[in-house]
Design a protein. Structure first.
Ligand code: CMC
Length: 429
């Protein structure tokens, strides 16, 4: 048997503890800090720069090398050779499906795409101009109230049904949030379409006309979905895990993930990037805008990443798709896209960005692609949420099935007042 490797931590008062060093399949070793409490001290790592919060077998990132694997498969291979439903099966179940498994999975997901008709009434409670992400947080959370038959999180079969329902119904709710916003009738799903075609149909179809999916749009969205499907223990996934660790039901957990995704430093970046391009307005203003970034007046949205300090592999694939879509839709000479390409050129050649390893990230390119295929800006983060749902639910399922699973409960470094005595109001100075 291999000898357990140990790290020794010694405090300034001489007390020390030996901590096991654990190795994963890939990636850096980790020091198991769980017994540190015996010394009466904790670690302090507020934004999780150096803390693994769980064990996982789903996604692996090497930020320095620019690698991303889902269940061991490089993202480039999946983006080019697979499709979103197959990738979803892989994330959820651990392996790629056989033909029979694939057919069964497609059929299950297709036949779960409709939502309870009463769910449609939730939309009327929202203002028409509500941000679709606000609607998503509310309506996806509301699914908890509809499926009492399968909410036993300790039953693997119930967890599976919930995962299927979420994967199938979140696109329907997302498209409904768009239709509600623009005042158009909701479109019921159509089973003759693929997952991505159906989403586009529910977004852009109308009862008045037949809808024929555009293959350029289908291919581009398929890629966006695959590239955003999972990304290790990011802010929204960690939120889902933390919410789920208390035993909350999966629909509530996914709603919490949607809320966390909304922020501009995370899933809101694609929308923020597009708004930034609109604010810059013209190629002639790029230099001036970049100077403002260097003067730290604002950040370049869609650039930089906490983990990737090399080109984000998703961004490389998305960049290809971006150029392909602009070419096929004959949009290369569009003012906004010209501007985006100039910003990309400047950022990739300017020492300020090179030194800080601030490459364009996946959201810079996906924002451009989404705009090119006609998705409204306020739906960008919703699209991210649709794609990430399978990642969230796979991570949640893995966590609940983990025998070491306990409620998440970070500690703190308290820096408030020491104990003091209450004074009646008339005695306070
Ligand atoms: N524009 C300009 N400067 C930047 C940017 C940016 N987008 N990002 C980081 N910097 C600078 C920052 O000012 C700092 O400079 P200095 O060393 O001179 O103080 C240095 O780079 C390091 O920044 P940091 O804030 O310590 O980096 P971080 O790892 O905490 O931040 C980030 C990561 C993604 C929050 C950040 O890069 C950012 O705000 N980017 C814009 C938002 C964005 O595009 N987010 C989407 C990320 S990809 C989608 C996802 O996976 O959710």
């Amino acid at each position: 048997m291999e000898k357990q490797r140990l790290a020794t931590l010694t405090l300034d008062d001489g007390r020390s503890i030996e901590l096991p060093i654990l190795s994963g399949t890939l990636g850096p070793d980790v020091v198991d800090m769980r017994s540190l409490g015996k010394l009466g001290v904790f670690t302090y790592d507020p934004a999780f720069f150096a803390t693994a919060s769980c064990t996982s077998a789903i996604t692996f990132i090497d930020g320095d090398a620019g690698l991303l694997y889902y269940r061991g498969y490089p993202i480039e291979q999946l983006a080019k050779q697979s499709d979103f439903l197959e990738v979803s099966y892989l994330l959820l179940n651990g392996d790629l499906p056989t033909v029979a498994q694939r057919e069964e999975f497609d059929s299950i997901i297709t036949h779960h795409t409709m939502v309870h008709d009463q769910l449609a009434r939730f939309f009327n409670g929202f203002r028409r101009d509500a941000h679709p992400m606000a609607v998503m947080v509310g309506v996806v959370g509301a699914l908890s109230a509809f499926y009492h038959d399968s909410l036993d999180i300790n039953n693997p079969q119930h967890r599976k049904i919930s995962a299927h329902r979420l994967l199938a119904k979140v696109p329907t709710i997302a498209a409904m949030s768009h239709k509600y916003h623009i005042g158009s009738p909701f479109m019921y799903p159509k089973n003759k379409f693929s997952y991505v075609e159906n989403f586009l149909y529910m977004m852009f179809g109308t009862p008045a006309e037949d809808y024929v999916p555009n293959p350029v749009m289908v291919r581009a969205l398929e890629r966006i979905f695959i590239l955003h499907a999972d990304h290790e223990q990011n802010a929204s996934t960690s939120t889902v895990r933390l919410a789920g660790s208390s035993g909350a039901n999966p629909f509530a957990c996914i709603a919490s993930g949607i809320a966390a995704l909304w922020g501009p430093a995370h899933g809101g970046a694609n929308e923020a990037a597009l708004k930034m391009l609109e604010e810059i307005g013209d190629v002639s203003r790029v230099a001036e805008y970049v100077q403002g970034v260097k003067d730290k007046k604002y950040r370049l949205m869609g650039f930089g990443h906490r983990v990737y300090k090399n080109m984000d592999p998703r961004a490389s694939v998305m960049r290809e798709t971006c150029y392909e879509v602009l070419r096929e839709l004959r949009l290369e000479n569009n003012k906004l896209f010209e501007l985006a390409m100039e910003l990309e050129r400047v950022a990739l050649s300017d020492p300020y960005f090179i030194e800080r390893k601030l490459y364009p990230n996946v959201d810079f390119y996906s924002g451009i692609v989404l705009r090119a295929i006609g998705i409204p800006t306020n739906m960008f983060t919703v699209i991210f949420a649709v794609a990430r749902t399978i990642g969230w639910v796979s991570q949640w399922n893995e966590m609940i099935g983990d025998s070491e699973q306990k409620i998440g409960r970070p500690r703190q470094l308290y820096r408030g007042s020491a104990q003091r005595d209450f004074q009646p109001i008339e005695q306070r100075g």
